[in-house]
Design a binder for this molecule. Structure first.
Ligand SMILES: O=P(O)(O)OC[C@H]1O[C@H](OP(=O)(O)OP(=O)(O)O)[C@H](O)[C@@H]1O
Ligand SMILES: O=C(O)c1cc(=O)[nH]c(=O)[nH]1
Length: 215
């Protein structure tokens, strides 16, 4: 078990993401995000699965948030696909039921969007790996509500801190909390010398107007 407080966690996770090279910069060959946005940066949190110490730091962070702020949680639900393993580790730590939410209902079999059992009226915490626009995780949270359950909060490892995402969650009155974020990532990257000043300038220009990047 790792021993990092919630206050230390944004920087600690950001540093680990940089150390394992989960963060890639490609200013001249932008990444396409799931929302269609073009970006000079991509944060591949899936790589945290590979490192027991890091995935446990994350799971312990989520478990602490749930114990402190959502002690009534009855089900931990992961978003498909990158949220699923983290939801499993948290559910195991808290000895709670687990489910996962597909981005859409299956076209065959039972045609489920939610796999595992979430009963109407149950209190659910949704676990996501990363928030860009927030579209994927908000959709997952709304599917849980559609099933008649209550979403106590969506928790994610990392957010780019776009207003668009926080506004979308606020509009649905759905709480969103994250363990680490873009500000902490940039601070950590500068401190450990992972980004050059030219890259910082590119990242600042992109961050100020992400929709215009790469056009
Ligand atoms: O906040 P958003 O704009 O929705 O973007 C973030 C989502 O994008 C990624 O998933 P992706 O669609 O790549 O699928 P995966 O989880 O199956 O890898 C990531 O894991 C988040 O779920
Ligand atoms: O928006 C996305 O698709 C996205 C961005 C990012 O940095 N990492 C990721 O896994 N997805």
């Amino acid at each position: 078990m790792t021993n990092v407080t919630l206050t230390e966690l944004p920087r600690a996770i950001a540093t680990k993401l940089l150390e394992i090279e989960a963060v890639a910069l490609r200013p001249n060959d932008p990444f396409t995000w799931t929302s269609g946005l073009k970006s000079p940066i991509y944060c591949d949190n899936r790589l945290t699965m590979t490192y027991p110490e890091i995935r446990d730091m994350i799971a312990e962070g989520f478990a602490t948030v749930i114990r402190e702020r959502y002690p009534d949680a009855e089900v931990i639900a992961g978003t498909s696909t990158a949220g699923i393993p983290h939801a499993a580790w948290v559910a195991q730590k808290l000895n709670l039921p687990m489910a996962y939410i597909r981005d859409k209902a299956k076209g065959h079999g039972k045609q489920n969007q939610i796999e595992g059992r979430i009963n109407p009226g149950q209190k659910v915490v949704v676990i996501e790996d990363l928030i860009s626009t927030g579209g994927s995780s908000l959709k997952a949270g709304l599917a849980v509500r559609e099933a008649g359950a209550e979403v106590l909060s969506v928790l994610a490892i990392f957010t780019y801190q776009f207003e668009k995402a926080s506004n979308a969650f606020a509009a649905e009155n759905m709480p969103l909390e994250t363990l680490s974020n873009y500000s902490a990532l940039i601070e950590a990257a500068v401190e450990i010398g992972k980004v050059q000043s030219a890259d910082i300038a590119t990242l600042q220009a992109w961050r100020a107007n992400p929709e215009a990047f790469g056009k």
